[in-house]
Structures are given as structure tokens and as C-alpha cells.
Write a protein of this length. Structure first.
Lengths: 307, 133
């Protein structure tokens, strides 16, 4: 009984074991509905990579590899070790594909960066050149300005020289005029002595031929309108003092009248009789007396001294 | 006798399981291939990663590749060839990932440097033009 029971148990147990084995066998080869742990996560990562427009096209082969690995990992597998192994490989292959795509992306962007750098360098060089050009132009402008200033200075200098020359010429001209008048520079001014040949003896009116000398004076006074003249009449010692005084006055007036008659403003003219005072020669001789009978025209110096 | 039957009772299911295991292996996998090629591939992948300075740019992955290769070697000595093959393949996958991450890091470093230098160039130019009187 015991033996029968025992063998029955053995047979039953063997049958059970065989059944279990068959089930396991079937399960091992047949498709089971559950995906291995971790396969879903690998799929999510792969999908992200595939939908990234910057990366998806950049590592096509590696992504295809990864896709195959993920699909393998997704297959239901009762062998946990194998399933985990497949998930592991899938995960690493997705990461690898992503890193390769990123590498390619970086390399592709480098062309743009190189272009950017070249452009920046070109800009920098262009800028440098422009700056240099501007500086050169500015320097040139400065140079031109300096030249202009120099030219102006030179022109001013020439003008001054010209003015100097002109005033020198004027001075020369004056001197020439004075020479014509035979005026002599003295402390009182330029003194023009009109001899008694202008006048008939004992008379105050001018001889007709005397106007030549006086006309030179008129021309001089017209040319130098800032000058005024003092006309002083003198006589010799012959005759009374009163007579000589009046005679000298009349002769001085006569010269003044002539000059005003020629258009010289009377305000510029003063007439004074000095009689027989201030003789220029000895009254004892005829020659001396003749020299003393005279009209002196004293031309005042201009405000700015000429000499 | 009782003791013997107890022992028999225990060994028979174990035998059944063993048979099942053999059947299992026979059913799905063919004889496990020698993982020599896989081990070599892993070693080459690690060597390539190290040449690419993975130790600097992807030290974690490189280290994992070494560990997996060591596990594969151990499995080989234990005659667990399937496991050895798996570890070898994982080692290779890690090494390849290390290489890929290294290239990406290097490429990005180059780009960052270029961006920085471009920025400097542009800045200098701007500053240069700003300073001009």
C-alpha cells in the first residue's frame, strides 16, 4: 500500500513536472504579452531622438541600429537576464546614436561658425582699413588745412610786404613830391620857401609866372589831404616895421587866397605876417635881403610822423 | 526506507527541472557561440575609446566598459559562455557610447571656443569703433 501510494505520488509528481516543463517550454518560445522592464524607457528616448529635427537626420545608421536594438528589447522575454541585457544594449545604442548625431550637428554648425569667424575677421580688417583711411583722410584734411593756413599766412605776409612796399613807395612818392617843391624838413615841419621872385617889389599880388611853383603845392595838398599849412610872410629890413609887417601879412594872405582859389579848404590854411623878423640871411647885402624877402609855407607833419 | 523515499521524492522533481532547463536551452537557443569575437570587439572598442581620450570626456562609460569586460572574462573562466557573451556585448556598447560622447564633447568644445573667439572678435571691433574719437 505504502509502495503503491508512493509510486502513485511519484507518477503524479513526474506528470506535474512534465506539464510545468511543457508550459515553460511553450512560454519560452511563444510570445507573451508583457514587454521587458526598461524597454519602454529606451523607446521614449529613441522617439525623442527621432523627432528632433536637428539630430534625426544626422546619425541615420546609428539611429537605425538603435531602433533595431530597441525593437529586440521590446520583445517579451521570460529570461530576465536576456531581457535586461537587450534593454541594456538598446539603452546604450540610443545614447550612442544621440551622441553621434550631436557630434555631427556640432560639426555642421562649425561651417557656419567658420563663415561667421571669417566674416568677423573680414569686418575687422575692413574696419581697420576704413579707420586707417579715415585717419589718412583726416590727416590729409589737416594737412590741407595747415597748407591753407600757411598760404593765408603767406598771403598776409605778402600783403603786409606789399603794404610796406606801398607805404615805402608812398614815402618815396612824398619825398619825390617834396623834392619837386624843394621843401626842407625842419622842426616846424616841411618848409617850402617861396622866394620874392613871386612878387613885384613893394606889392602883395602874385606875379603871373609864380603860379607854377604854387600849383605844385596845390597838387601836393590835394594828394595829402590830412596835411594843413601855415603860410608865413617875411620881409627884409628896408622900410618901416609897420610897413614890412603889413606887407608880409598881405603877401601871406595872397598865397592863402591863391590856394583857396585852387580848391584847398581854408581850414587847412593859416596866414601870418612876420615882418622883418627871423631873417635867413644878412640884410646888409642885396643878396641877403632878397633871401629874407620870402613867404614860407610850413607843411605840418601828418598825425603819424612821416620821418 | 522512508528516508529513501523521502530522498527520492526530493531528487525527482530536481531532475525534472534539470531536464526542463536542457529542453529550454535546446528549444530557443542553439549551442552558445564562443564569445571570443565579442570579447575582442569589446577590447577594440575600449582601446578606440581610450585613444579618443574617453577617460577625460566620458570616464563613467569607459569605466563601465572595463567593468563589463572584466565580468565577461570571469564568466568565461566560469564557463558561463552566454553570460560572458552578454557582458562582452555590453562592454562594447559602453565603450562605443564612451567614444560617441567623447566626440560630441570635443566637437562642442571646439564650437564653444569658436563662438567665444568670434564673440571676442566682434566685441573688439565694436569696442575699437566705439573708442575712435
Amino acid at each position: 500500500m505504502n509502495t503503491t501510494n508512493h509510486s502513485n505520488v511519484i507518477v503524479r509528481r513526474t506528470l506535474i513536472a512534465t506539464a510545468v516543463a511543457s508550459i515553460l517550454l511553450a512560454a519560452a518560445c511563444a510570445t507573451a504579452p508583457v514587454k521587458p522592464d526598461g524597454a519602454a524607457e529606451a523607446r521614449v528616448k529613441l522617439t525623442q531622438l527621432q523627432s528632433d529635427p536637428n539630430l534625426a537626420s544626422r546619425a541615420a545608421v546609428a539611429i537605425k541600429d538603435a531602433d533595431a536594438a530597441v525593437r529586440t528589447a521590446e520583445q517579451p522575454e521570460l529570461n530576465k537576464e536576456l531581457a535586461a541585457h537587450r534593454v541594456y544594449l538598446a539603452d546604450r545604442k540610443v545614447d550612442t546614436a544621440k551622441a553621434l548625431a550631436e557630434t555631427r550637428l556640432a560639426e555642421d554648425q562649425r561651417a557656419g561658425l567658420t563663415a561667421q569667424r571669417d566674416s568677423a575677421r573680414l569686418d575687422a580688417r575692413t574696419h581697420e582699413a576704413d579707420t586707417a583711411k579715415i585717419q589718412a583722410e583726416s590727416a590729409r584734411t589737416e594737412g590741407a588745412e595747415q597748407k591753407l593756413a600757411a598760404d593765408q599766412a603767406r598771403i598776409q605776409a605778402s600783403a603786409a610786404q606789399l603794404a610796406a612796399a606801398s607805404s615805402e613807395q608812398q614815402a618815396k612818392e612824398l619825398q619825390r613830391q617834396l623834392d619837386v617843391l624843394q621843401a626842407k624838413p625842419t622842426d616846424r615841419g616841411l618848409v617850402l620857401t617861396l622866394g620874392d621872385v613871386l612878387f613885384t617889389t613893394g606889392r602883395a599880388d602874385l606875379k603871373p609866372g609864380a603860379s607854377g611853383n604854387l600849383d605844385k603845392l596845390v597838387a601836393f595838398l590835394n594828394k595829402y589831404p590830412d596835411r594843413s599849412v601855415a603860410i608865413q610872410g617875411y620881409t627884409d629890413s628896408v622900410g618901416t616895421e609897420d610897413y614890412n609887417q603889413r606887407l608880409s601879412e598881405r603877401r601871406a594872405d595872397s598865397v592863402k587866397s591863391y590856394l583857396t582859389g585852387q580848391g584847398i579848404g581854408s581850414t587847412r590854411l593859416s596866414a601870418l605876417g612876420k615882418g622883418r623878423s627871423d631873417p635867413v640871411a644878412d640884410n646888409d647885402s642885396a643878396t641877403g635881403r632878397q633871401q629874407n624877402r620870402r613867404v614860407e609855407v610850413i607843411i605840418s607833419n601828418p598825425p603819424a610822423a612821416l620821418r | 526506507m522512508n528516508a529513501t523515499s523521502q530522498a527520492n521524492r526530493g531528487s525527482r522533481p530536481r531532475m525534472a527541472v534539470g531536464v526542463t532547463g536542457v529542453l529550454l536551452l535546446a528549444a530557443c537557443a542553439s549551442t552558445p557561440p564562443a564569445p571570443t569575437a565579442n570579447l575582442q570587439a569589446a577590447q577594440q572598442a575600449i582601446a578606440a575609446a581610450e585613444r579618443g581620450e574617453a577617460a577625460r570626456y566620458a570616464p563613467g562609460e569607459l569605466s563601465a566598459a572595463h567593468t563589463k569586460l572584466a565580468l565577461a572574462d570571469s564568466a568565461v573562466t566560469e564557463k558561463r559562455m552566454v553570460v560572458a557573451e552578454h557582458f562582452a556585448d555590453q562592454s562594447r556598447a559602453e565603450a562605443e557610447l564612451a567614444s560617441a560622447k567623447t566626440s560630441a564633447a570635443k566637437a562642442n568644445a571646439v564650437n564653444d571656443e569658436m563662438k567665444r573667439s568670434n564673440g571676442t572678435l566682434v566685441d573688439e571691433m565694436k569696442r575699437g569703433s566705439g573708442d575712435k574719437p
